[in-house]
Ligand binder design. Sequence first.
Ligand SMILES: *Cc1c(COP(=O)(O)O)cnc(C)c1O
Length: 468
Amino acid sequence: MANSTSANALLHRALQHVEGWEQSWGSFDPHPSLGVDPGRLDAVFDEYLERLEGNYPFHHPRYAGQMLKPPHPIALAAYAAAQRINPNNHALDGGPPTSQMEKEVVADLAAMLGLPDTALGHLTGGGTVANLEALWVARELRPAQAVAVAENAHYTHGRMGDVLDTEVVPVSADARGRMDLHSLERTLEQDDIGTVVLTAGTTGLGAVDPIHDAIPLCRAHDARVHVDAAYGGFFRILTEDAAPEIEGFPAERFRAIEKADSVAIDPHKHGLQPYGCGCILFRDPAVGRFYRHDSPYTYFTSDDLHLGEISLECSRPGAAAGALWCTLKALPLAPDDGLGSILAACVRAARTWTDAVEATDALRVVAPPETDIVAYMPTTEEKTLSAVHEASQALFDAAMNDPDAPIFTSVYRLSADALTTLHPSLTADRDEAAVLRSVLMKPEHETYAPRLVGRLAETAQSLERSAP
Ligand SMILES: *Cc1c(COP(=O)(O)O)cnc(C)c1O
């Protein structure tokens, strides 16, 4: 396992280097209260490591369930090195090197998204906080106006609307989970909308809203645009000329992110980072004025920009910035190298998975994938949503509990409207039905897809045969 060897070696090197740096400041006596009885420590660690085995194998290609995978070994080691020092990127004085690195990676992300180099941004705890900051700035700029959010958008937008006491107006989505432009136009005409939230890569189906067509509509109605690219933002690398051509990849939609007023993107989703790394970017740096504060606790000692002056959160891990900085240096944001090669493999994996499903009799695709998430369902004798629902649940359970080689997928509920629009042969005998969903966010999925689908089809067939 090349990865684990290099992770161990890098981690060792990182911790040793920081230890040497610590010692260069002179030795001192640690307080005895920090010591732990070796026997107790041993027992605790035994228990801890064993309890961690209760996780699903997020690292393995057979895990294609939710948006989960381990960080890259480089991110792991870089994080550990900075974590040992524990800088706080709230203020430059809390961690000068990692604060500088944060400014550099934020500029890299802005450039990748096509935003001007004057864009203002910072890392956050995750996508939810990044979106919260965008909606908060939206409210400060347009205090009396509502925010329009498609029904396929992340559920936290509605929740954050409550937190901010901002009215959230729902916009319908089409059967494939993308914002419906007619519904958007109606909303813009009928309601007083200050900001529209568009999604580049939905959490459910990885679908991309028609951003290129929605933005001119929003502009015509004087509405601002926030793009929630928490999941899909990194795919914008694949819109560059040097990127490989991939069928069905909505490049034009991703390219249009460059016209947004604000963008949220999660390096802890497709940027190979451990959790705790989101990012918010604003086109107009003047929105920084809303963050201004005067706290007696802060320790700003220079006139340079302190990230704590443009962030809602106070303490933030410098290690997150350090890990992302190292990762992007080692695996650059390039269309045909580094992260671009990884993302292209994930997008191709979804096409390979789709083709493999179409080649079976036991499974069928719900809708063609746009990014790297595929929805599919067992072929049932009875053409009802109840039959699809039950067969999907049964296949999900059976695949996960296969004693030889479990395959982890997830179930996703689709409305009867969406499913019968996509598959008119199905009869709606219930309001919604579960289908299967696979998130193919590891590049290894490209090569493993055919055999994983083959195994799922065999399981589906044997379930169908044993059905009463
Ligand atoms: C994951 C996700 C979020 C929430 O981000 P967290 O990092 O989990 O807080 C928001 N929007 C979209 C589209 C997402 O996929």
